[in-house]
Design a protein around this ligand. Structure first.
Ligand code: UD1
Ligand code: MG
Length: 450
C-alpha cells in the first residue's frame, strides 16, 4: 500500500510571534478545535499513520493531542529547514516518500496530499503545492522554469519586482526519501532572518541535478495562519464550507453567514436554524428540530422535534429529549430534559433531571450551587413549577406536583402535592385612592424642595 512507504513530518514548533499570544500558534482554534488537530485529521484521512510532529517546549502540556504519533522537540527554533532536519534525524530508516506539512496550514485537503505523494512515486525528486494570491502577502514566491520549480524566494528576501510574482508557496511538499537528507543538510542560514529555510531545498535539488514539480491549488486551501487576521480568514473559509455542506444535506439556514459550526457538529434531517446561532464542540441535533435565532449550544444533545430558542443557551451535559420546548432567555446546564417538557421563559436549569411533560414557569431558578458544592434537582413527570420558583438543591419534586408562583422549595415535595411559600400578603380594601393622593402630595413637596 502506498501510504506505508510514506512518512509525514508536521512542523508545529514555531513561536507564532505574529499572533501576539501566550498560546502556541498551532493550538489556536478553528471551528472549535486546535488548528493542529485539523492537520492531523487530514493526514489520517489521506491514509498516513507514520507521523512525526516537530513541537516546541510550550506544547509539552498538550502532548495527549499528538498521541499516538511521535513528537520531536525543537529546542532552538532555527527555521523550517532545521525543523525538518531534526525530524529526519529522529526517524531512523528513510521511507520512500516524505510528506512535509506546516501546522499553521490547516485547510489543506487529503486529496492534494495524496497527489503530491503520487508525483514522487512517479519518479519526481520533490513536489510542492502552490497557489495564486494577487493581494499583497508574505508568502514565499515560487519561480517556475521549464514547467518545474526553479527556486522559492521568501517575501522578506524578495525584491519588489520578485514580489510581483503571484505564485505562492503553501509550504506543503513531498520529497523523495532518497535525496532528502542530503538536500536538507545543505540548507544554510544566509538570509535576512538568519534561519534555515526549508524552501531553499528547491534550489539545492536543482543544483544537484534533480527536479521539483508543483501542483496548483486554491488559495483557500493553502491559507497559512501567522496572525489573528489570517486566523479569522481561515475561520471564515471553513465555516463557509460547513454551511454549504449542511445546506446541501437539507439543513435550512435562515441567514447562513451568521451561523457558526464546530468541526464535529451533527445535524439531522429537516433542521431549521435561525440567525446568529453558534454551535460549540460536541453538539448533536436530531431531525425536525427548530433552533431559533441567537442560540448558543455546546456539548449538548437535542432530540427530534424539539424547539430551542430564540436566545437559549445549552451548556455542556445538556440532553434535550423529543418534543421539548426551550424558550427565550433560558440556560440549561448538565441536565436531562425529558420528552414533552417545557422551559419556555427566563429560567436557569442546572444539574437537573426534569421529567416528561413537566413545565417550568418563567423566572424559575435551580439553586444548584451553595458556594461549595453543586447539587442535583430531580423533578418528576407532569410537574408544574410556578413562575419565579427557586428550587434549592439537593431537592426532589414528585410526579404530578405543583408549586405556586414564587415558591422557595427547600424540602422534598412528594408526588401529587401542592407547595406554596406563604408570605404575609396584606390587602386594604378601598385604600387605593387615599394612597395615590398621598403619593401625589409627596412628589409635589419633593419637587418644591429642590
Ligand atoms: C512559510 C514558508 C513560506 C510559505 C509559508 C506558507 C519557509 C521558510 N517559508 O513561511 O515560503 O509561503 O510558510 O504558509 O518555510 N516552524 C517550526 N520550527 C521553526 C520554524 C517554523 O516548527 O523553526 C513551523 C511553524 O510552527 C509553522 C511552520 O513551521 O507551523 C511554518 O513556519 P512560519 O514561521 O509560519 O513560516 P512562514 O513565515 O509562514
Ligand atoms: Mg506560517
Amino acid at each position: 500500500m502506498t501510504q506505508a512507504k510514506t512518512s509525514v513530518i508536521i512542523l508545529a514548533a514555531g513561536m507564532g510571534k505574529r499572533m501576539h499570544s501566550s498560546i502556541p500558534k498551532v493550538m489556536h482554534t478553528l471551528a472549535g478545535r486546535p488548528m493542529i488537530s485539523h492537520v492531523l485529521e487530514t493526514v489520517s484521512q489521506a491514509g498516513y499513520s507514520d507521523i512525526v510532529l516537530v513541537v516546541g517546549k510550550e506544547m509539552e502540556k498538550n502532548h495527549e493531542l499528538f498521541l499516538p504519533y511521535q513528537t520531536v522537540h525543537q529546542r532552538e527554533r532555527l527555521g523550517t529547514g532545521h525543523a525538518v532536519k531534526i525530524a529526519l534525524e529522529a526517524m531512523g530508516e528513510m521511507p520512500e516518500n516524505i510528506l512535509i506539512l506546516y501546522g499553521d496550514t490547516p485547510l489543506i485537503s487529503a486529496s492534494h496530499l495524496n497527489h503530491l505523494v503520487r508525483i514522487i512515486e512517479d519518479g519526481a525528486d520533490s513536489a510542492l503545492l502552490a497557489f495564486k494570491e494577487d493581494k499583497s502577502n508574505s508568502y514565499g514566491r515560487v519561480f517556475v522554469k521549464d514547467s518545474h520549480v526553479d527556486k522559492i524566494i521568501e517575501a522578506s528576501d524578495a525584491s519588489s519586482e520578485e514580489l510581483k510574482n503571484n505564485l505562492c508557496n503553501s509550504g506543503i511538499m513531498a520529497v523523495s526519501g532518497k535525496i532528502i537528507i542530503n538536500a536538507v543538510n545543505q540548507i544554510k542560514d544566509n538570509n535576512s532572518k538568519k534561519e534555515f529555510y526549508l524552501t531553499d531545498i528547491v534550489s539545492i535539488i536543482n543544483q544537484d541535478g534533480g527536479k521539483t514539480s508543483f501542483v496548483e491549488c486554491s488559495k483557500d486551501e493553502c491559507v497559512g495562519i501567522n496572525n489573528k487576521s489570517d486566523l479569522a480568514k481561515a475561520e471564515a473559509i471553513i465555516q463557509e464550507k460547513y454551511r454549504e455542506n449542511f445546506m446541501q444535506k437539507g439543513v435550512t439556514l435562515l441567514d447562513p453567514k451568521s451561523v457558526f459550526f464546530s468541526f464535529d457538529t451533527i445535524l439531522g434531517q429537516d433542521v431549521e436554524i435561525g440567525p446568529f446561532t453558534i454551535f460549540g464542540p460536541g453538539v448533536s441535533v436530531g431531525s425536525n428540530v427548530k433552533i431559533k435565532g441567537f442560540c448558543h449550544l455546546e456539548h449538548a444533545v437535542v432530540s427530534n422535534n424539539a424547539v430551542i430558542g430564540p436566545y437559549a443557551r445549552l451548556r455542556p451535559g445538556t440532553n434535550i429529549d423529543e418534543d421539548v420546548r426551550i424558550g427565550n432567555f433560558v440556560e440549561i446546564k448538565n441536565s436531562q430534559i425529558r420528552s414533552g417538557a417545557k422551559v419556555n421563559h427566563l429560567a436557569y436549569v442546572g444539574d437537573t433531571n426534569l421529567g416528561k411533560q413537566s413545565n417550568i414557569g418563567a423566572g424559575t431558578i435551580t439553586a444548584n450551587y451553595d458556594g461549595f458544592n453543586k447539587s442535583k434537582t430531580n423533578i418528576g413527570e407532569r410537574v408544574s413549577i410556578g413562575s419565579n420558583s427557586v428550587l434549592v438543591a439537593p431537592v426532589n419534586i414528585g410526579d404530578d406536583s405543583v408549586t405556586g408562583a414564587g415558591t422557595i422549595v427547600r424540602k422534598d415535595i412528594p408526588d401529587n402535592s401542592v407547595s406554596i411559600t406563604e408570605g404575609a400578603q396584606k390587602t386594604s380594601i378601598g385604600a387605593a385612592e387615599k394612597y395615590k393622593a398621598q403619593k401625589k402630595l409627596k412628589t409635589k413637596k419633593d419637587n418644591e424642595d429642590l
